[in-house]
Write a protein that binds this ligand. Structure first.
Ligand SMILES: [Zn+2]
Length: 117
């Protein structure tokens, strides 16, 4: 995920998708390259909206923005694949796999909490 940031190498993936000029200091440029970044940004735009994603990134300290972008892309791509559950569907699947190997303990009855008091 590295863009040209308006340094003459063409627009970043976000600006390419939005068909706009990629200006110096573009908030998306460091994270969306002009190849795969365009596909990822398309999902982010569809799910969250470019303006909302931009506003959110501006509120996050620069050293934490990469983690936020990775999460945004993950959630957006999952939501495009599964419009109903999004990434929660993936979490359920993983949870079921864990439970097959390590079943959760039975849920205590309400009396358990009553006696603890
Ligand atoms: Zn850009």
């Amino acid at each position: 995920m590295s863009g040209q940031n308006g340094s003459g190498g063409g627009p970043c993936g976000a600006c390419k998708f939005l068909r706009r000029k990629c200006v110096k200091g573009c908030i998306f440029a460091p994270y969306f390259d002009s190849d795969q970044g365009t596909t990822h940004f398309a999902a982010v735009h569809k799910v969250f909206g470019a303006s909302n994603a931009s506003k959110m990134l501006l509120r996050i300290p620069p050293h934490k923005r990469l983690d936020a972008v990775v999460t945004l892309c993950y959630e957006a791509l999952a939501r495009v694949r599964d419009p109903v559950y999004g990434c929660v569907g993936h979490i359920f699947t993983l949870q079921q796999q864990v439970w097959m190997d390590h079943p959760p303990p039975p849920h205590p009855s309400p009396m358990f909490y009553y006696i603890k008091l």
